[in-house]
Design a protein around this ligand. Sequence first.
Ligand SMILES: Cc1cc2nc3c(=O)[nH]c(=O)nc-3n(C[C@H](O)[C@H](O)[C@H](O)COP(=O)(O)O)c2cc1C
Length: 185
Amino acid sequence: MPPELPAALVEYLQQSRVALAIAAADDDNHLLMVNARFCTLTGYAPEDVVGRNCRMLQRDASNDEPRARLREFLAQPRQANVRTPIVNFRKDGTPFVNLLYMSRLRSIDGATTYIFASQFDVSRSQPELLSDYDAQLAQTLGRLTPIAGDAGIVVEGTLLTIANSAATVAQAKMMLAGLETDVRA
Ligand SMILES: Cc1cc2nc3c(=O)[nH]c(=O)nc-3n(C[C@H](O)[C@H](O)[C@H](O)COP(=O)(O)O)c2cc1C
């Protein structure tokens, strides 16, 4: 079991304007906390998801390629972070393309203690909103570093910003349109 999340860290993550989730690095990565923005985005309350693996958001979407990338990240302690679009569903069943970012929170001895993640609905966004989100996520990670440091936790990985937000949003919208056609068919 990972040590309990330090209160200062939880407090900071809770008030962030971007959706965030923290999972245990072991034990099938069960969620330890999700913030208010995560709940607004997904429609799930903390008690619906804490203690479970976040793959529950995928329902029966196959997501083979993104899942393989996420599994590879989790299996490779030296990989600092990963970023991929992945099909998810809100609690009410509405599909969306989640631009998922994951990185590691390590203890001073280098062991991964927690996995940090942020979620963004890139399929109902605009290029400017994706750029804003990137900036806010970078700011969240930047400010988290000293707060986590005080609790003996090292924040790993600088954000891989999206180079072409217009193309990323356009692709996600196409993916979503495909999903909505499948649902109607
Ligand atoms: C902290 C954390 C947050 C995650 N958030 C999401 C998420 O929002 N949506 C999602 O589809 N997967 C999310 N995942 C990824 C899944 O939990 C899982 O790692 C992924 O589906 C690959 O593993 P699997 O093929 O065994 O399911 C998250 C993982 C972690 C550790």
